[in-house]
Design a protein around this ligand. Structure first.
Ligand SMILES: Nc1ncnc2c1ncn2[C@@H]1O[C@H](COP(=O)(O)OP(=O)(O)OP(=O)(O)O)[C@@H](O)[C@H]1O
Ligand SMILES: [Mg+2]
Length: 309
């Protein structure tokens, strides 16, 4: 939780476990003011989920979808893979961790409370209240423009890269899978998402320059693994693939050879129905379950569920 000195207004982060009373006195480490802190009452019902449905400790549960390159279908993969997992009966939380808030827009929850609002307003107790139901088996923690303040406020604080991980662990047990959508950069937001995850999906188009972006993400994952002993694994997903394009076929063949087992067996083709589904704010599994892209996202979901077994 965040507490604020009522004299000098300095903000402090306090672990929830550190206090066991709802009203307590704190001494400001900056100005020595002693002030009273009142903890917000717990939500009446954190999340309306039935814990009996939960898969216990799958191997990969929290999954970041990232690539510093823009427009490679990160957000589309988040919504459509999430939709495919939800259609398989899994309970899925989609986290919009991008200031652009495209995922929130596509899910019909733009402008709703975001992760930044939550930790400003009292932290973990608020987190479950900000999670909104957006479909059958599907929930969303939205983003909005205030998310930009998250990196401004916390970038230079100690342990900034674990803010999401620290908060998220309180609610992951409600879900079978948590998918995190990230911005087209490898900055504060993507690093936080990766640190909270067991697995990363790197969507890429089968284009020469796009593949360079993949290398970059691999390097970052490698650095995080070495510096933090974080057992983060990853796979590349080829998106918007066009079999008729000779260059795309060649790039895809090279990628498959170079990535070995770090690439999904399934590619997702360029399918105009994906764009149509976004206009009506539905995952492709719901909008056109028989479409090529829907079947491919379902196959990717099966690869993931297979990995978790
Ligand atoms: N399989 C597909 N077939 C056709 N169009 C697609 C497919 N996947 C994504 N698109 C389209 O490609 C565009 C970019 O997709 P998306 O917004 O998901 O990319 P992104 O990587 O999240 O972008 P950004 O880096 O800006 O966050 C969108 O217009 C989307 O509708
Ligand atoms: Mg996006």
């Amino acid at each position: 939780m965040i507490i604020v000195c009522d004299h000098c207004k300095t903000r402090f982060r306090l672990a929830d476990e550190a206090v066991n009373r709802d009203v307590f006195k704190a001494k400001c480490a900056k100005c020595d003011q002693i002030f009273t802190v009142t903890r917000a009452p717990p939500p009446e019902e954190p999340l309306r989920l039935d814990p009996s449905h939960i898969v216990e400790d799958p191997r990969y549960k929290v999954i970041t979808i990232c690539n510093q390159k823009g427009g490679v279908a990160k957000t589309s993969t988040c919504i459509n893979l999430g939709g495919a997992l939800a259609a398989m009966g899994r309970k899925v939380l989609l986290i919009d961790f991008d200031v652009q808030a495209n995922l929130s827009e596509l899910l019909g929850v733009p402008g709703e409370r975001c992760f930044f609002d939550v930790i400003e307003q009292g932290g973990d107790r608020e987190l479950s209240k900000a999670v909104l139901k957006v479909g059958n088996n599907l929930w969303c923690l939205p983003s909005n423009s205030r998310m930009a303040l998250l990196s401004k406020r916390y970038l230079h604080t100690r342990g900034f890269e674990k803010i999401l991980a620290d908060h998220l662990k309180r609610i992951t047990s409600f879900f079978d899978f948590v998918l995190i959508d990230t911005p087209p950069s490898l900055d504060f937001f993507t690093i936080n998402a990766l640190m909270a995850s067991d697995f990363a999906i790197i969507p890429t188009q089968a284009e020469y320059l796009a593949v360079k972006g993949v290398k970059h993400v691999e390097n970052i994952i490698d650095v995080l693994r070495r510096k933090t002993r974080h057992s983060l694994e990853y796979k590349v997903l080829i998106t918007m693939y066009d079999e008729r394009n000779t260059a795309a076929r060649a790039v895809r063949a090279n990628l498959r050879q170079a990535m070995g087992h770090h690439i999904f067996r399934t590619d997702v083709v360029h399918d105009p129905l994906v764009q149509e589904s976004q206009i009506v704010r539905k995952a492709i599994a719901e909008y056109a379950s028989g479409s090529e892209a829907a079947r491919q996202y379902a196959a990717v979901a099966r690869e993931i569920v297979g990995q978790t077994a």
